[in-house]
Design a protein around this ligand. Structure first.
Ligand code: FAD
Length: 393
């Protein structure tokens, strides 16, 4: 697929180098890792060597100094081959590293970013809990301030990408009585009382380890609190916005490869002595798939560009990111299903990647805000909460 007209030379070069990396480092391993639910640690280290683990962090803090467009390009190129490793990359780079780079103090950046950006440490983010997913502010994990200034943290987190294999986590906890009394802490898995629970067995994204984090009287120094106590809600929402933009890149990559595979197959496969691409019902699926993909691609990169230029703020920016993810996620699942249908019996087997890619695509309709929650965000912005939330009043 062609580059969009406004990609810079730097962004085009990035796309080429990530594409080469994906073919070289991800393609040979993904089928096996999907089978055994493993993790491509070597590729992760290589991403560190390439300078991609701190893609959005400022150069003076050791990052690549690029933005949401660049990060989305990296996601799209990697996910066209292996969406699982890309999801782990996103949790590390956007949910942990970008957050420390954006909100961390000078000392926190100096302490944590070098090893995260080199790939020596793997990062993740802990927001969701067993009883608090869509209602993230309903979380129960608590951080109690001690007389020496440290915080004692108790609680648990669920479905955490890189939970089983990560080292450093950007964790949200309550520090007061109301839903909005939210604070953030950088937690190191070596801290006493910090353990990991089970690694989940999953339908897709099987080469991206997902698990639970458990905190039992974990003493976290005050120096590890990010920002002021009780002031994390806004930063958490902003992180969800960039997560939604960049995770849309994963949907785009999955869809792009499914379209390429299905198009080639439609030329090669003959039934009734003609290529199946001659059948109009096959043409309809291909044409709809590529048109929807291009529409989502334009929307996603426009939203990412808008983010980079700072043209939208607050709820307006959130609505833009929600629109991009809502459409891209649904599009990729549908395109995956269409590709399987076009490939017929072969599509349903693991002879071709589309079966795996459809399973991976489904996650994006759930993680980082379900389709339903994104529709709520968009409708609230369109109607105003007086109307949109009237049923709940
Ligand atoms: C593979 C994977 C990786 C993940 N990685 C991370 C991670 O790294 N860090 C992290 O913090 N979290 C992570 N998550 C958690 C993810 O963000 C949550 O699963 C997601 O937010 C949905 O929450 P839930 O699963 O509790 O579903 P629920 O909130 O229980 O939702 C169940 C259903 O109810 C619907 N629903 C809920 N509220 C409403 C409403 N107001 N209106 C209409 N419908 C509604 C939902 O859309 C859904 O269909 C991950 C999840 C998965 C599966």
């Amino acid at each position: 697929m062609s580059s969009l007209w406004y990609f810079t030379e730097e962004e085009k070069m990035l796309a080429e180098s990530v594409r080469a990396f994906a073919e070289d480092q991800l393609a040979p391993k993904i089928e096996h890792l999907d089978e055994i639910e493993g993790f491509n640690l070597e590729a992760f280290k290589k991403l560190g060597e390439m300078g991609l683990l701190g893609i959005t962090v400022r150069e003076e803090d050791g990052g690549a100094g690029m933005g949401a467009v660049a990060a989305t390009i990296a996601m799209e190129e990697m996910a066209a081959v292996d969406a699982s490793t890309t999801l782990s990359y996103l949790a590390h780079t956007i949910l942990c590293v970008n957050q420390i780079g954006t909100n961390g103090s000078k000392e926190q950046k100096l302490k944590y970013l070098p090893k995260l950006i080199s790939g020596e440490h793997i990062g993740g983010m802990g927001m969701s809990e067993p009883g608090a997913g869509s209602d993230a502010l309903g979380m129960l994990t608590r951080a109690e301030k001690q007389t020496n200034g440290a915080y004692k943290i108790n609680g648990s987190k669920s479905w955490i990408t890189n939970g089983p294999n990560g080292d450093i986590f950007y964790v949200y906890a309550k520090t007061g009585p109301t839903k909005k009394d939210l604070s953030t802490f950088i937690m190191d898995k070596s801290m006493h009382g910090f353990t990991t629970g089970k690694k989940f067995k999953k339908m897709g994204m099987r080469a991206s380890p997902t698990g639970e984090l458990w905190f039992s009287d974990v003493m976290v120094p005050e120096a590890n609190r990010v920002g002021a106590e009780g002031a994390s809600v806004k930063a958490m929402m902003k992180n969800l916005d960039i997560e939604r933009l960049t995770i849309s890149g994963i949907s785009l990559g999955i869809a792009r490869n499914c379209i390429e595979v299905a198009t080639q197959y439609s030329k090669d496969r003959k039934q009734f002595n003609i290529p199946i691409g001659a059948f109009q019902q096959i043409q309809e699926r291909l044409a709809e798939a590529t048109a929807w993909y291009e529409a989502c691609r334009a929307l996603t990169y426009q939203a990412a560009k808008t983010w980079d230029l700072g043209l939208m703020q607050g709820k307006e920016a959130s609505m833009m990111a929600a629109k991009a993810k809502l459409q891209s996620a649904q599009m990729a699942t549908q395109v995956g299903l269409d590709a399987i249908q076009i490939l017929g019996g072969y599509g349903y087997t693991r002879e071709f990647p589309v079966e795996r890619q459809m399973r991976d695509a489904k996650l994006i309709e759930i993680g980082a805000g379900t389709n339903e929650i994104l529709r709520v965000i968009i409708a609230r912005q369109m109607l105003g909460s007086d109307v949109a939330d009237a049923l709940q009043d």
